[in-house]
Design a protein around this ligand. Structure first.
Ligand code: PNS
Length: 161
């Protein structure tokens, strides 16, 4: 039997945006299984708790049958090993992402040479989008409905109230 192509899509997802979701949709067509993995982070640094971030990701990826949601702490390559995944997926929006992504990918390769990082591009219409900017716009009452899944927009509006 051929080996299943399992990829991990790691991130903070604080919160998940339509840019993340666009990449997840594209990747779900390329891999047998995609594990969206939220970094645990200490709660002081993240706007949303791990439980909230996972709930929002789960809600957003529900339409994709081969996408599962998990969380990890510590090294990403250890989590990949634990899951039997040989692929790490990262999105590159613009050239400004490249340097950080290159460093991370090469460090992960140094730590675990058998794991390959694969880069995909989200739709150009999301190339300016980030969780940080979405939170900033929402905090000033700006319209974020076309930038995030409905469950996230609702949660961000609730925070403002
Ligand atoms: O969404 P983000 O914040 O850009 O995601 C960054 C993430 C979670 C992929 C990265 O910080 C990570 O993998 N952290 C786990 C610790 C680790 O493995 N570090 C070594 C690789 S440089």
């Amino acid at each position: 039997m051929p080996e299943l192509r399992v990829a991990i899509y790691p991130g903070s997802f604080d919160p998940i945006t339509n840019g993340h979701l666009d990449l997840i949709e594209r990747a779900s067509k390329q891999f047998d299984e995609l594990i969206v993995a939220a970094l645990q982070h200490d709660s002081k640094r993240a706007t949303f708790s791990l439980e909230e971030r996972l709930e929002l990701v789960r809600d957003a990826v529900a339409p994709f049958a081969n996408v599962t949601v998990d969380s990890f702490d510590g090294l990403l390559v250890d989590f990949a090993r634990e899951k039997g995944a040989k692929l790490i997926l990262r999105g590159i929006r613009a050239i400004s992402d490249y340097e950080y992504e290159l460093q991370m990918a090469l460090m992960n390769r140094k730590l675990e040479p058998s794991v390959e990082t694969i880069f995909m591009l989200p739709s150009a219409r999301y190339s300016y989008l980030s969780s940080r900017l979405v939170k900033e716009v929402a905090s000033h009452g700006g319209d974020i409905t076309s930038l995030v899944p409905p469950c996230v927009a609702e949660r961000l509006r609730a925070i403002q109230r």
